[in-house]
Design a protein around this ligand. Structure first.
Ligand code: ADP
Length: 553
């Protein structure tokens, strides 16, 4: 009896234990289910990864006895794990472990193998992979790969510093949560990426709208006419200037351009078109067309009315032609005149010379003096006629120039000899500086002499009695510069350019000097034909310095 009672008691006890175990399991399952429900709620309703994980951890950590979590995301470009979210550690440590190589520590191993790892009794473990979590007092640690469609997106791990190991159900629960988190995280990151792109797109749209507005303002304000045309010549848009220039109303879009204006002539190489407008007037337009591919196959044609400009241009052209013809006629007249003058002049000079030398018919003293005057004036006239001829030949380009090696100091010496009577008559002192050190130059000897004689003649003519003339030489680059300075009346600044013009003379009532006003014109023409330049520096009342350059030989 006693035995059977014992057995019954044992039986009842084991039944009660089994029953309470079942009740315990049911309770635990219910608890886990409610945790899963809470987790699922967080996962579904939160699009921000950090918020999602932090609040999820807050909800489950107490129930499951968890103290830390780490969420690394996989950076496929660098092939590394990057710590994105965490709880239970300080920011300094988080910064230190912000990157993990694949295979490094527990999370690196999980990422590499794409399998979950559960490490327990860590404080007693020597495994190198757990040293990091061991150092922060973790006793049990579980890390799960976050996979989306079989592809690694990161890892999520939980650690407990209270329990040395995890319950089987807790592990299962954490695995389930991680599966859901993977999908949610991918969605959240995808969403945040999408939002960033959306933001950038919005900014771009705003920029586009601003630039469209700017373009529209420019289009409307442009003084040139602008018309946007399709390939077929249909008007899509036209600015106010276009309507005004073409004499049409603003209601032109979608009309064919040929119906609005009549194209009489189109010169594509010159970009000119002659159009007949609606009021019957003919106008000339200058136009430009944008590249076809810029405006999706449409063309932007900009144009301006050049009818008046063309008229002015035509008038100017005609005036220029007339001036050229007149100048040509003048040159021809001067050439003929000079040639025609030379023949009677030669005869006057010849007969005057014969009369002077005639030993048979003796002339009276007075007759001889008169013939001398005829000879002097005749020679001067010959000089003038020759200068005139030189001038017309340089203008018509008929003047021939030699290119020879020249001893400039010798030419200066010879010129001074010719002008000696004139120099002495005015008691002018002439100084030539370093004549022996003057290098050779290239040019036409006779023309260079003519240049020097012209400049020296002026330096004497416009000098004061007992004045001074200096001749200096200087090498400037590949040229020799010859300077002829005098102590004469000088020239005002505004006359410096004009004195080189043909027939230009400055009126000096107190100096009654002969001249044609062509000497300096010839100097300039001759020197420029010989590849040199001419210039003057002068101060009124103090003297002048005329210079010219010639290429070194
Ligand atoms: P012309 O000497 O026959 O008048 P040029 O062409 O040689 O013609 O000179 C033009 C003008 O330049 C002269 O009339 C004179 O007024 C001025 N001129 C030229 N050389 C000098 C000079 N050395 N000093 C002052 N004036 C000068």
């Amino acid at each position: 009896m006693g035995k059977s009672n014992d057995w019954e008691n044992k039986e009842r006890e084991s039944f009660i234990t089994a029953e309470s175990k079942i009740a315990q399991r049911i309770h635990e399952n219910q608890q886990n289910l409610s945790l899963l429900t809470v987790a699922a709620h967080q996962i579904i309703h939160n699009d921000k990864p950090k918020e999602l994980l932090d609040s999820l951890f807050r909800e489950i950590s107490q129930e499951l006895g968890l103290d830390v979590y780490f969420n690394y995301m996989y950076d496929s470009v660098q092939d590394k794990l990057k710590l994105m979210n965490y709880a239970g550690i300080d920011d300094d440590l988080a910064h230190k472990i912000r990157f993990l190589e694949m295979g490094e520590a527990v999370c690196g191993c999980v990422a590499l193998k794409q399998e979950c790892l559960v490490m327990e009794h860590i404080q007693q473990s020597d495994d190198s992979h757990v040293q990091l979590v061991k150092s922060i007092g973790i006793k049990a640690y579980a890390c799960y790969p976050l996979l989306s469609y079989g592809k690694l997106i990161g890892t999520l791990s939980f650690g407990s510093s209270r329990k040395p190991s995890f319950d089987r159900l807790v592990l299962k629960l954490m695995a389930t949560i991680c599966e859901q988190v993977a999908v949610a995280l991918e969605r959240a990151y995808f969403m945040s990426e999408l939002m960033l792109k959306n933001k950038a797109l919005n900014a771009q749209n705003q920029q586009l709208a601003a630039s469209e507005e700017k373009f529209r303002a420019m289009f409307d304000a442009a003084l040139d006419g602008m018309v946007l045309l399709t390939e077929e010549g249909i008007v899509l848009d036209a600015n106010p200037s276009a309507c005004e220039l073409l004499g049409i109303g603003p209601d032109i879009p979608n009309q064919e351009i040929g119906r609005l204006v009549e194209i009489l002539h189109l010169e594509s190489s010159e970009r000119e078109a002659v159009l007949r407008l609606r009021d019957g007037s003919e106008r000339i337009f200058e136009y430009a067309v944008t590249q076809d591919n810029v405006l999706l196959g449409n063309k932007l044609v900009s144009f301006r009315d050049i009818t008046e400009k063309k008229k002015v241009f035509q008038t100017l052209l005609e005036a220029k032609e007339l001036a050229e013809e007149t100048s040509k006629a003048k040159t021809e007249f001067l050439t003929i005149l000079s040639h025609e003058l030379r023949t009677p002049l030669n005869s006057i000079l010849g007969f005057a010379q014969i009369s002077l030398e005639d030993k048979v018919h003796d002339l009276h003293q007075i007759q001889q003096e008169r013939i001398h005057k005829i000879l002097k004036s005749g020679r001067h006239l010959t000089y003038l006629v020759n200068e005139m001829l030189d001038h017309v030949s340089t203008k018509s380009g008929k003047l021939e120039m030699k290119s020879e090696t020249l001893h400039l100091s010798l030419i200066v010496e010879e010129s001074l000899r010719i002008l000696q009577p004139m120099i002495e008559a005015k008691s002018i002192c002439v100084r030539v500086c370093d004549p022996d050190r003057v290098p050779h130059v290239r040019g036409d000897g006779n023309r260079v002499k003519q240049v020097i004689i012209n400049l020296l003649t002026n330096a004497v003519k416009f000098n004061v009695p007992h004045g001074e003339i200096r001749i200096n030489f200087e090498i400037v680059g590949p040229t020799l510069k010859t300077m002829i300075s005098d102590t004469g009346i000088g020239i005002s600044q505004e006359q410096h350019k004009k004195i080189f013009d043909p027939f230009y003379r400055i009126h000096h009532p107190e100096y009654n000097v002969e001249g044609t006003g062509i000497g300096l014109t010839l100097v300039k023409s001759f020197i420029s034909i010989m590849a040199g330049t001419v210039g003057v520096s002068s101060t009124l009342g103090e003297g002048s310095c005329f210079w010219f350059t010639l290429p070194l030989d």
